[in-house]
Design a protein. Structure first.
Length: 186
């Protein structure tokens, strides 16, 4: 992240609007609430947006319902849904995300689907990834091809497979018993 100043179009600077749509080359938003933001670069501070579509998004002390961007960086923020290539979160809450690479530092995620996940002192309720690095990683359900680092899980890949197999057998037995009972009544 760079702190250099980027020239902005007048309509994209510090608008105290609610529910409006902003389209610009670059949007630097502070202390605003907007409906939709479409830009190459979106920087938000102490702001909220319903929908963001950009190449790069930076959130500081902000919230967004939907973010579609190649690169998402958030510090002390909340994101309901994110899609893109790279996700870098610090002290942020994430509802759900589908990204190629995710990095979480002291953050929480409800559901994270990624190729490579790097979590440090973070929690994810459901984590699905090809590779997971870092630690300590706290998760309820972990489905990963390769894990490097200390992980605290309630359900990991082998346990999830065992739970699925057990549930399948249980449902099969119940259906078999119902078939036997209903077959005898006829």
């Amino acid at each position: 992240m760079s702190n250099q100043s980027i020239p902005l179009e007048p309509e994209a600077q510090d608008q105290n609007t609610t529910g409006e749509e902003i389209s610009a080359e670059a949007a630097n938003l502070s202390n605003v609430t907007v409906g939709k933001v479409t830009a190459e670069l979106v920087r938000m501070s102490n702001s909220a947006a319903n929908q963001i579509s950009a190449t790069e998004v930076e959130l500081r002390n902000s919230a967004a319902a939907q973010v579609q961007a190649d690169v998402v960086t958030a510090n002390n923020a909340a994101i309901a849904m994110a899609r893109g290539q790279s996700l870098d979160l610090s002290q942020t809450f994430l509802g759900a995300a589908q990204v190629e690479k995710a990095s979480l530092e002291s953050s929480r995620a409800a559901a994270l689907y990624t190729q490579v996940a790097e979590l440090h002192d973070s929690q994810a309720a459901v984590l699905v990834a090809k590779e997971v690095h870092g630690g300590p990683i706290r998760t309820a359900v972990l489905l990963a091809g390769r894990v490097e680092g200390p992980v605290e899980t309630m359900v990991d890949t082998p346990r999830a497979m065992l739970a699925g197999l057990s549930a399948g057998i249980g449902v099969g037995l119940v259906l078999f018993l119902f078939q036997l009972l209903l077959g005898r009544r006829k």
